[in-house]
Design a protein around this ligand. Structure first.
Ligand code: 0X9
Ligand code: ZN
Length: 303
C-alpha cells in the first residue's frame, strides 16, 4: 500500500499516480514517456489549473540515483500537496504548470529495494559491452560530457559516464521532456540526497560561473531561507562545480544546452548522505515544500 511518508515500491508509486490522475482529472494529466531499460513504464505527471494558458513550466525530477530514496518521496509529496489543498490551487498552481517525474531510474530503485546488499546501488541497470552493469545517469547528459568528474570504466560503481552521451533510455526521456518544452520551461530541479545542498551550474567546472549566476544564487538563497523559516536546515548554496566538478549532469544540460533559465540540483537532506531515515520524512518533506512555494512565486513573477 502506498503511503506518502514512507518509501514505496515502484509499482505502488505508479498506482498512486494513476489514482491521482483519475480523481483529479481537472488538474492532472499523465504522459507516458517510454520504458526504462528493464521495461518499466515511465510516467510524467503534469499538474496545471489551466493547461491551455501557456504558463511557465517547473520541471522536477527525482531518483536518477537509485539509492537516494528521499528524492522520489519528495517528488511524490509535492504532487500530493499540489492536488490536495485548495490553497495550492490559488497559489502554487496559479500561473505555473508543474511537470514531475518522480523516479528517473526505476530499475535501479527497485534493485536497491530488492535486498540489503544492493541498498547502495547508484547507477542504472543497463548492460553494455562490458560484463559490468549500469551507468551513472547524472554523468550521462550530453553537455560537456565526460570532461570532468567521471569514470570511463564501466565497472566503476559510482560515476561511469556511459559509452556515449544519452546512452541510457532514462536520460533520453528526461532530455526529451526538456527539449519538447524548452520554450516554456523556466525552472528545472533535480532531486537527490546528500548533505543539504542547493547547487546551480556550472557543474562541469568550478573554475568559472555562468554569466547569470547571481540570479541562480539569489533564488536559491530565498528557497533556503523559506525552508529554514519552516523549521528546516538551510541549504549550502553554491555552484555545483565549486562543490566538486562533475560533467554530464542534468542541471548543466538543462541550463547550457536547453536554455532553462533556472536550473538546480537539490540535495536533501541535512546530516545524512545517500540514505535518509524513513521516520523523518513526516518532518522534512513539509519543510522542503515551503521552498517549492518560493520557486513558484519567482517563476510566476518573472515569466
Ligand atoms: O554527483 C552528483 O551527481 C550529485 N551529487 S550526489 O551525491 N547525489 O551524487 C551532484 C550533481 C551536481 N551537478 C553537477 N555536477 N552537474
Ligand atoms: Zn544523487
Amino acid at each position: 500500500r502506498f503511503s506518502i511518508y514512507n518509501y514505496n515500491s515502484y509499482n505502488s508509486i505508479q498506482d498512486f499516480i494513476e489514482t491521482i490522475a483519475r480523481r483529479h482529472s481537472d488538474l492532472v494529466t499523465i504522459e507516458t514517456l517510454g520504458n526504462s531499460y528493464q521495461g518499466r513504464r515511465m510516467k510524467l505527471v503534469k499538474i496545471s489549473s489551466n493547461p491551455n494558458a501557456g504558463n511557465p513550466i517547473i520541471f522536477i525530477d527525482a531518483g536518477i540515483h537509485a539509492r537516494e530514496w528521499v528524492a522520489p518521496a519528495m517528488a511524490l509529496y509535492i504532487i500530493q500537496r499540489l492536488i490536495s489543498q485548495s490553497e495550492a490551487r490559488l497559489n502554487e498552481l496559479d500561473g505555473v504548470d508543474w511537470y514531475i517525474l518522480p523516479v528517473v531510474n526505476p530499475d535501479g530503485y527497485e534493485f536497491t529495494r530488492s535486498n540489503k546488499s544492493n541498498r547502495l546501488w547508484r547507477k542504472t541497470r543497463s548492460k553494455t559491452d562490458s560484463h559490468c552493469i549500469g551507468v551513472d545517469g547524472n554523468r550521462n547528459y550530453g553537455f560537456k560530457w565526460a570532461v570532468s568528474g567521471v569514470s570511463t570504466n564501466p565497472c566503476n560503481k559510482e560515476t561511469y559516464a556511459g559509452p556515449k552521451p544519452f546512452s541510457e533510455p532514462e536520460t533520453q526521456m528526461v532530455r526529451n521532456v526538456m527539449v519538447k518544452n524548452a520554450h516554456n520551461l523556466k525552472l528545472y530541479v533535480s532531486l537527490h540526497s546528500y548533505g543539504q545542498y542547493l547547487v546551480y551550474p556550472w557543474g562541469f567546472t568550478g573554475d568559472f560561473l555562468p554569466k547569470e549566476w547571481k540570479k541562480l544564487d539569489s533564488l536559491a538563497r530565498k528557497v533556503s531561507d523559506a525552508v529554514q523559516r519552516a523549521g528546516g536546515e538551510p541549504f549550502k548554496v553554491l555552484s555545483a562545480g565549486k562543490w566538486y566538478a562533475a560533467a554530464g549532469g542534468s542541471d548543466d544540460y538543462a541550463y547550457g544546452a536547453v536554455g532553462v533559465p533556472y536550473s538546480y540540483t537539490m540535495e536533501l537532506t541535512n546530516g545524512y548522505e545517500f540514505i535518509y531515515p524513513e521516520n523523518l520524512l513526516r518532518v522534512v518533506l513539509p519543510q522542503f515544500y515551503e521552498g517549492f512555494k518560493v520557486f513558484a512565486i519567482q517563476i510566476r513573477k518573472e515569466f
